[in-house]
Design a protein around this ligand. Structure first.
Ligand code: DP6
Length: 328
């Protein structure tokens, strides 16, 4: 019997992953670059126990649904097969996300699960292998294994070992992300289904896949030079290009709400008329995430809070990678 409890943080893609090159191995068709966020935390405990006859999965204190459980069991099965044993596990996972976050938890959740399960099974894996395991469950989770600024390269079909890699740690650059929550409730089309529909039906899919590597490279260059306008221009183009690709799917996938566009207009107004270095990005949902310097965070937050339709705002700094809390 052995047990491990870990903490992982959510991340926001500065250049986006949208589309898979290998569905079975869950490999991204494009490179992405992210910032791991402090404050948005998942804590997960995995305990392998010879007495258990089946895997038991609890999310925020309730029993996981069949679909949620299945994704967890797939990760556990890989760990069992690598460890060469068949012990069942009890998994308890809890999210500590401020209600204003408006963010999904699959990235931090699967990063935490991969890290806790491999250690509980006494596998001596480095972060790279843990990241590759997390990636198979959810590609954005591969990035949450590491802190600060992180890259997940595109994968070639069959490349089972593809993992994220850290670019700069969380102390590298004191940026902030202001999240403007613009709607309540779960997203209408999940990212896995949305990107597959885009790949199969969007006439803009090939153009997106062709354009994405350059945008990712510009985000990396902006990071390297600590040049926010350079980074931010590519970040906004990346999000708008992936949304355009999704919108052109059949049927069209529209994540934006009226308040999304209002918040985007606020960000552009701050930038164009008031000279604030602030840039926006949206994921597979309606919320707007604004990236700015720490000194501008008060101004950006106030402007977004006042924007019509914005329900709440929250602020995140660059955060650390997976942390081991307990292990015995
Ligand atoms: C729009 O990582 O949730 O947030 O690999 O199918 O689980 P799966 O998808 P997921 O997709 C995230 C998409 C995105 C952009 C990003 O985070 O890069």
């Amino acid at each position: 019997m052995s047990r491990c409890k870990v903490r992982a943080h959510a991340n926001i893609a500065l250049s986006k992953y949208w589309g898979k090159s290998d569905l079975a191995l869950n490999l991204p068709a494009v490179p992405s670059v992210s910032m791991t966020l402090d404050g948005l935390v998942t804590e997960t405990e995995v305990r392998f126990d010879t007495r258990l006859r089946t895997d038991r999965v609890f999310l925020d204190g309730r029993r996981a649904s069949a679909a949620e459980r299945q994704r967890v069991v797939e990760v556990l099965d890989q760990v069992r097969s690598a460890a060469g044993h068949l012990q069942r596990a009890e998994v308890r996972s809890a999210n500590h996300f401020p209600t204003a976050a408006g963010l999904a938890s699959s990235a931090s959740g699967f990063a935490a699960l991969a890290a806790a399960a491999t250690r509980a099974a006494e596998l001596d894996w480095d972060d790279k292998r843990v990241s590759a395991l997390a990636r198979q469950a959810s590609a954005s989770a591969a990035r949450s294994v590491f802190g600060g600024f992180v890259e997940l390269p595109a994968g070639k079909p069959g490349q089972a070992s593809l993992a994220a890699r850290p670019l700069h740690d969380e102390r590298y650059w004191d940026l902030r992300i202001v999240v403007a929550e613009t709607a309540k409730g779960p997203k209408k089309v999940g990212s896995t289904a949305g990107m597959e529909r885009s790949r199969r039906t969007s006439p803009y899919y090939e153009a997106w896949v062709a354009a994405a590597p350059k945008l990712s490279a510009q985000v990396k260059r902006g990071l390297k030079l600590r040049d926010l306008p350079l980074l931010g221009a590519a970040m906004e183009q990346s999000t708008l290009a992936f949304h355009a690709c999704a919108m052109a799917s059949a049927p069209g996938i529209l994540y934006f709400q009226p308040a999304t566009l209002a918040a985007l207009a606020t960000v552009r107004d701050l930038r164009d008329r008031r000279g604030v270095e602030v840039f926006a990005t949206m994921d597979a949902g309606p919320h707007v995430k604004a990236l700015c310097h720490v000194d501008d965070v008060g101004r950006v937050r106030r402007a977004l809070t006042r924007t019509e339709g914005v329900i709440a705002t929250g602020v995140s700094a660059p955060g650390p990678g997976v942390e081991i809390l307990e292990w015995d």
